[in-house]
Write a protein that binds this ligand. Structure first.
Ligand code: SF4
Length: 155
């Protein structure tokens, strides 16, 4: 079960190039100054259906508007209760959308991930990790809200 708030089929601000972007529900981090508080509850937003999953795959395969890849943000895609649906989506992206990259934003730190979370990030290319820290906020940073966050190019 996964809920989500927004899906943008064409987006140019959440990662490099032209991308599909999914903002999921559910986040435990409660960062002060969070830009997306409405996504904290797992039951906020709307259910992510098979049709939604199929649409993302079709958009990534679309050759009229080529996408560089998929971005997963939120909320937190690595919330324990989001993992199974996110993993299923990523397995399909890998199998059916060769050459597309996956970027993910999470409030967890890379070196603190559980085995289950690690199994999910094994399927992505880039992880931007860490809570948003208002005291370290820096608008000049690319892809990051605060300077504690790290862009990990995993593969
Ligand atoms: S991790 Fe992101 S969505 Fe979650 S509280 Fe922090 S800033 Fe908000």
């Amino acid at each position: 079960m996964l809920n989500f708030h927004q899906y943008y089929s064409v987006d140019v601000v959440n990662g490099p190039g032209t991308r599909c972007v999914l903002f999921v529900s559910g986040c435990v981090h409660e960062c002060r100054g969070c830009y997306n508080k409405s996504t904290w509850r797992l039951d906020s937003g709307k259910p992510f259906t098979q049709q939604d999953e199929d649409q993302i795959i079709a958009d990534l395969q679309n050759t009229v508007i080529p996408r560089q890849g998929l971005t997963l943000s939120g909320g937190d895609p690595l919330h324990p209760q989001n993992l199974s649906v996110i993993r299923q989506l990523l397995l399909r992206v890998k199998a059916e959308c060769p050459g597309k990259d996956v970027w993910m934003w999470t409030g967890y730190k890379l070196d603190e991930l559980t085995i289950e979370q690690q199994a999910v990030i094994a399927l992505i290319n880039v992880l931007v990790d860490g809570k948003f820290m208002q005291d370290l906020k820096d608008p000049s940073l690319i892809w990051r809200g605060s300077s504690n966050q790290v862009i990990h190019t995993l593969r």
